[in-house]
Design a protein around this ligand. Structure first.
Ligand code: NAP
Ligand code: MG
Length: 498
């Protein structure tokens, strides 16, 4: 691993792409406007980027449609799409340092995370879908013998992807990889806080052989570019990751426009249930700390509610406190930092607002303060509250920051029903040494993913997504292809008897 100084040197050689990518080429916004993207570690402007609006989204959708209709991608043999996407995965690996730096500078993510998780993860996921796509078979239906009915998977057409800033490149790839593998054209709107890696990716994709117009990137504001995509009459589906509030807007946009399909990965308030029979309290503490302070808590499936059995609560909280105190909150380019800043000043204010609410409704266990304010970055201490009532704001609402709400329970039934008493249902965890309990609790927790004796279990091989107001549709795994394909029935009538 390079030193901070070496990363800073390398960062100076990185040249952010600052314009939208439409129809295979970079382009300014039609009205020439730009917006600033900020480095959360310093609060300083990193670059100004084209501010895409409805007219730019329109151009991008038209380019995507032209590419789709031309068939160079949509009708290409799956083996060809595989080859191109494998080249793109290799290009991501070949430019790993540059892409990691872009996500670190633009999104405030630890360089130790972007180099080991985000960028290699993005390449691996792309590779996985590339390798999968020429192994998908259609069906022959069990009709009467005289007839023949086949069921094929068809690409939808133009897919809109709207993603957040917490894993800028990886979230984009979660949508792009299955959508492109299936033969769609895509218009991607990255988050306004972190547009840079997506713009570089689009350029690499064309170099890898993706036909012009198949992947377009329109940076801009949610209310402008995001809404325009959601309302566009020629977009067939939108795949969204972000907040529940904005997810609901996409449902409205679709209803008020062309009834496009909408797939939503939204917020969470994931419960982590720790029973007194959990064998290894150090492991529990390690995982709990990772589950809420990893990525500065800006993770949709963050384990933000810790429900612990009364008899071990003090002991576990002490072990968590010790580990949190050992976290080094600092510059994300410094490989010795183990927690970086929050994404923006707005997010910092939001998190500090929740800290204030927590102080009123429960007891501060540790943390709660802003850090390194003089340096201009948006750092906050790892924070926990204890004895947090279920009705407290920090028990109910998604904070999206390093804030843990701890409360105790007496028995299993209470733990499960309180864990489920949330408007979200993205993920949940349970720690126990009893196999019977693990099976009961995992069965009864109402969440898209239940992790047993770990937190946030995640892999390209398994579906990821939520129930309730955490959304619907699944990212990752072969199931993600369902979102980006339609099933087509073709029926060949049998020869007339006679
Ligand atoms: P967000 O505000 O919902 O934004 C997500 C995306 O939607 C951004 O590209 C944003 O653009 C765009 N957007 C915002 N307002 C819009 C509007 N009125 N119309 C159309 N698009 C709009 O979420 P965020 O604050 O970036 O990310 C945090 C949220 O994402 C959390 O709630 C978290 O739980 C969720 N998340 C979920 C998952 C998951 O897989 N379930 C993964 C990661 C994050 P701007 O950037 O311009 O605002
Ligand atoms: Mg930024």
């Amino acid at each position: 691993m390079r030193t901070r100084v070496e990363w800073e040197q390398l960062a100076r050689s990185v040249e952010p792409r600052r314009r939208a990518f439409i129809g295979g080429a970079f382009a300014d916004a039609a009205d020439g406007e730009e917006f600033a993207t900020v480095n959360p570690a310093t609060g300083l402007v990193l670059a100004t980027v084209a501010r895409g609006k409805a007219v730019d989204v329109d151009r991008a959708v038209a380019a995507a449609r032209r590419a789709f209709d031309a068939g160079g991608w949509s009708r290409a043999a799956p083996a060809h799409r595989k080859a191109v996407l494998l080249r793109l995965a290799e290009a991501i690996r070949a430019h790993a340092d540059e892409l990691a730096l872009l996500d670190t500078l633009d999104g405030g993510k630890l360089i130790t995370d972007t180099t080991t998780t985000d960028i290699p993860g993005a390449a691996a996921i792309l590779q996985w879908y590339a390798e999968a796509i020429d192994k998908q078979y259609g069906e022959v239906a069990p009709t009467a013998r005289a007839d023949l009915a086949i069921v094929t998977r068809e690409p939808l057409g133009v897919v809109g992807a709207v993603v957040p800033w917490n894993y800028p490149l990886e979230m984009a790839i979660w949508k792009l990889a299955p959508a492109l593998a299936a033969g769609n054209s895509v218009v991607l709107k990255p988050a306004e806080e972190s547009p840079l890696s997506a713009l570089r990716l689009a350029e690499l994709a064309v170099e890898a052989g993706l036909p012009d117009g198949v992947l377009n990137v329109v940076p801009g504001y949610g209310e402008e570019a995001g809404q325009a995509l959601g309302r566009h009459p020629d977009v067939d589906a939108v795949a969204f990751t972000g907040s529940t509030t904005v997810g609901k807007l996409f449902l409205r946009y679709a209803g008020e426009s062309n009834m496009k399909q909408v797939w939503l990965e939204c917020g969470g308030k994931s419960a982590n249930l720790v029973f007194a029979d959990a064998a290894d309290l150090d492991l529990v503490a390690d995982r709990a700390v990772f589950g809420i302070f990893g990525c500065s808590g800006q993770v949709c499936s963050a384990n933000s509610r810790l429900l612990v059995e009364e008899s071990i609560a003090d002991e576990l909280l002490e072990r968590i406190r010790t580990r949190a105190a050992a976290l080094r909150v600092g510059n994300p380019l410094d490989p010795s930092s183990t927690m970086g800043p929050l994404i923006s000043e707005r997010q910092l204010e939001r998190v500090l607002g929740y800290v204030a609410a927590g102080r009123v409704e429960s007891a501060l266990a540790f943390g709660g303060n802003r850090l390194h304010e003089a340096g201009g970055g948006y750092y906050v201490e790892p924070t926990a509250f204890r004895d947090v009532p279920d009705a407290a704001v920090i028990s109910r609402e998604e904070v999206f920051g390093p804030l843990l709400a701890v409360s105790t329970f007496r028995d299993e039934a209470e733990a499960v029903s309180r864990a489920n008493a949330s408007e979200f249902g993205l993920a949940a965890s349970v720690f126990t040494d009893s196999l019977a309990r693990a099976r009961r609790v995992a069965r009864d927790l109402n969440a898209g993913t239940v992790s047993v004796n770990t937190v946030d279990a995640l892999d390209v091989t398994v579906p990821f997504g939520g129930v309730k107001q955490s959304g619907f549709g699944r990212d990752l795994s072969l199931h993600a292809l369902d979102k980006f394909t339609s099933l087509k029935t073709t029926w060949f009538a049998g020869p007339q008897e006679g």
